[in-house]
Design a binder for this molecule. Structure first.
Ligand SMILES: NC(=O)c1ccc[n+]([C@@H]2O[C@H](COP(=O)([O-])OP(=O)(O)OC[C@H]3O[C@@H](n4cnc5c(N)ncnc54)[C@H](O)[C@@H]3O)[C@@H](O)[C@H]2O)c1
Length: 439
């Protein structure tokens, strides 16, 4: 479903009229294309407080394809190293660093603030570092013109390289107002080729016959993965088309089947699995008072129980390789709740619980990371079915004033899946243009 309003505000009369009426001014987002795979321009690196990462951080940032600069009249990105801020007075240095330059950040530009892990024992450091969260989330709401703001809490610049490359690229166009924690990896994992980081890896994507799942499979294949695409048997024709287009394999299977995990494992043999993307999902909306159990059960079964069951089976059987990645799909409805979606929001909140609990265990026992994407309003068949006025509100009620595309969720999934993202574990990252819901 085309976003006619976005197209209209892109014309001179449309811009004039909507400005006069004080209506939202979405900027067309710059996404990854083969011709323009990177952000172009200068990257301004600023420091607030004493940095523990100085030279290593500059080296990592110099590999983002942006030109590292100490001054710039219109930077494509600004990185503020605030990792050394350990008390509240020092926060004024964050203000002093960004205040003079924030207006000049280019359209579709990025502001990335680097913080340190919040200390459990030093409440002055904790107050100052937590303050950065409110700062970044507010900045994301102020920036406009397709610009985004993100906070990355990191303990090493090397471990954060894949995250910084993602955020400082067109791949993260619809990710804003997020807080991402990157832990240590020993030794830091690095792709052989950052432009094809998934080369030699095998990925299985559920619900991949259409919508977000098909886009995920496409982006993982673009990044070098061999893809196995799974969907219900009734979607086999569409599924085979996706598999053929990507040179992958189709696996028609209902994930709610008791033996779905075993059948996934045998479909993968003799190869093992590196990336498991739980994308399949359904809605059966109705207010709780009107919701019979036959609308409740299938939603919990597809969106949550089958994710738990198949993940457990593939971990237990050793099908998921060390260095493997599990990416599950939550939703902003699972964070904010939504009228008519007690079943769906429960299932998606359950995904968040699963991710946070399993992540440290899967990493310690299997060397596998577990993360979730939480999409906001994404332009798919699911959202095209939403009534017009609710759809229009969903599209505009975020800092970028537009809906996301399936590819935005796919790019975030590919970043989680990267061999370079070993330090990204237990994270729930919203791909929602910083939706006002649940922020
Ligand atoms: N579109 C959005 O705005 C949005 C927002 C938040 C979260 N999500 C989530 O993103 C995921 C993809 O959403 P979408 O919009 O692409 O949906 P979609 O309905 O277009 O695609 C979902 C796919 O999952 C498949 N599927 C459903 N039940 C299955 C089962 N039992 N076994 C195997 N496959 C099954 C469907 O056949 C379909 O191809 C879902 O988990 C959804 O909840 C979407």
């Amino acid at each position: 479903m085309a976003d006619r309003y976005l197209n209209f505000t892109g014309t001179a009369p449309g811009r004039f009229l909507t400005r006069r009426l004080g209506l939202p001014q979405p900027s067309p987002l710059r996404r990854w294309t083969p011709e323009h795979p990177y952000l172009e321009g200068e990257l301004l690196l600023l420091t607030a407080g004493e940095s523990a990462h100085g030279p290593e951080l500059s080296t990592v940032l110099s590999r983002t394809h942006l030109d590292l600069a100490a001054e710039s009249s219109s930077p494509a990105a600004v990185v503020v190293d605030a990792t050394g801020i350990s008390d509240v007075p020092a926060l004024s240095e964050v203000h002093a660093a960004l205040h003079p330059v924030v207006r000049s950040v280019a359209e579709n530009g990025r502001v990335v603030v680097l913080g340190a892990p919040v200390s459990p024992s030093d409440h002055h450091q904790a107050a100052a570092q937590q303050a950065l969260e409110g700062f970044v989330r507010s900045l994301g709401k102020e920036l406009g013109r397709g610009r985004t703001a993100t906070l990355v809490r990191m303990s090493s610049a090397a471990a954060a390289e894949s995250t910084l490359r993602f955020l400082l690229s067109p791949r993260s166009a619809y990710v804003s107002g997020q807080v991402i924690e990157v832990g240590e990896t020993e030794p830091p994992t690095t792709p052989v080729d950052w432009d094809r980081p998934l080369a030699g890896r095998t990925a299985l994507v559920t619900g991949a016959a259409r919508g977000i799942g098909a886009a995920v499979a496409e982006v993982l294949a673009r990044d070098g993965a061999r893809v196995v695409v799974l969907d219900v048997p009734s979607a086999q024709a569409e599924l085979v088309r996706v598999a053929d287009r990507l040179g992958g394999t189709a696996l028609p299977l209902d994930i709610t089947a008791d033996d779905a995990g075993d059948r996934m494992a045998s479909a993968l043999a003799p190869a093992d699995l590196d990336i498991l993307v739980h994308n399949a999902g359904i809605t059966r909306d109705r207010r709780l008072a009107n919701m019979p159990s036959d609308r409740w059960d299938p939603v919990l079964d597809v969106n949550l129980t089958s994710v738990l069951r198949t993940t457990d089976a593939l971990l237990k059987s050793g099908t998921l390789n060390r260095g493997g990645r599990v990416v599950a799909t939550a939703s902003i409805a699972g964070i904010a709740g939504n009228v008519g979606q007690t079943n769906y929001a429960a299932s998606k909140a359950g995904i968040i619980g699963l991710v946070r609990s399993l992540a440290p265990v899967a990493s310690a026992e299997h060397g596998v990371t577990v993360n979730a994407v939480a999409p906001g309003f994404i332009e798919t068949k699911m959202t095209a079915a939403v009534p017009l006025f609710i759809r229009e509100a969903g599209r505009r009620m975020n800092s970028l004033a537009q809906g996301g595309l399936p590819v935005d969720v796919a790019e975030t999934t590919a970043w989680f899946a990267s061999p370079g993202s070993g330090g990204v574990n237990g994270q729930v990252v919203r791909v929602c243009g910083q939706s006002l819901l649940g922020s």
